[in-house]
Ligand binder design. Structure first.
Ligand SMILES: Nc1ncnc2c1ncn2[C@@H]1O[C@H](COP(=O)(O)OP(=O)(O)OP(=O)(O)O)[C@@H](O)[C@H]1O
Length: 225
């Protein structure tokens, strides 16, 4: 589904990724672990087409009737369009738009993809409800607890039924009970048979819930389990 081969990326003299290869099959969840500065976020951003590698390729299999895309070869506009249509993102802070309600935040990617307004809001309500936030669509972002905001962010990431969800320390700002519930929601929503989940985490309990763990040290893969 996603095959990255020999990724290299440097920031000036600093080599953040050195010959990193990753292969993700449908239905799989992958944890990326490693010490601070080992290249985890750089790898996530490169796999997700947020930044391009200096060398190496990231191939994303097309959906039915679509060709495979090489993310590094796409222009900025094409990469942005692909991210919107195929990927969902969850970060440590929910990154919701504070001026919008919870439901508007979740509906936004669908509206950007051209979905009909009523259908987008129906899907947003269903997504919020699936994450235990039934009837929360009209709530302001500022009224939500950290765990609620993160579940809204997960609903937004899942709204487009993405091929892949990328999560960067998604539970890092939450207490352990809330983190566990949020992780359950993320795994249940993202690790469907035809889709996948890639999580950057420092937390062994998060990694233990994933199918595989890739450990980076100084930009290189130290182990994959
Ligand atoms: N935009 C940038 N400009 C310059 N250097 C960068 C940039 N992004 C990352 N780096 C450097 O690349 C290396 C890898 O950074 P990265 O953020 O990927 O590590 P990480 O494993 O995610 O770290 P952490 O766990 O602390 O978030 C680090 O040495 C970092 O300082």
């Amino acid at each position: 589904m996603l095959r990255a081969t020999n990724l290299c990326k440097a920031f000036g003299e600093r080599r953040a990724l050195i010959d990193v290869s990753v292969d993700l099959t449908p239905g799989e969840s992958l944890a990326i672990m490693g010490p601070s500065g080992s290249g985890k976020s750089t790898l996530l951003h490169t796999l997700a087409g947020i930044s391009a590698p200096d060398s190496g390729s990231v191939l994303l299999r097309g959906r039915a009737g679509e060709a495979t895309s090489d993310l590094g070869q796409l222009g900025d506009a094409a990469r942005s369009a692909l991210r919107l249509a195929r990927f969902g993102f969850v970060f440590q802070q929910s990154m919701l738009i504070p001026e919008l309600s919870a439901g508007e935040n979740v509906a936004l990617p669908l509206l950007l993809l051209g979905h009909d307004r009523a259908a987008a809001f129906r899907a947003a309500d269903a997504g919020l409800s699936a994450l235990g936030l039934l009837g929360s669509g009209a709530r302001r972002v500022g009224e939500l607890s950290g765990g609620e905001a993160q579940r809204v962010a997960i609903a937004r990431a899942l709204a487009t039924e993405p091929t892949l969800v990328f999560a960067d320390e998604p539970t890092g700002a939450l207490d352990s009970d809330t983190a566990s519930a949020v992780l359950d929601a993320l795994i249940a929503g993202a690790a469907r048979p035809e889709s996948g989940l890639i999580i950057v985490t420092h937390d062994d309990r998060v990694a233990a819930r994933c199918d595989r763990t890739l450990r980076l040290v100084d930009g290189r893969i130290a182990s994959t389990l």
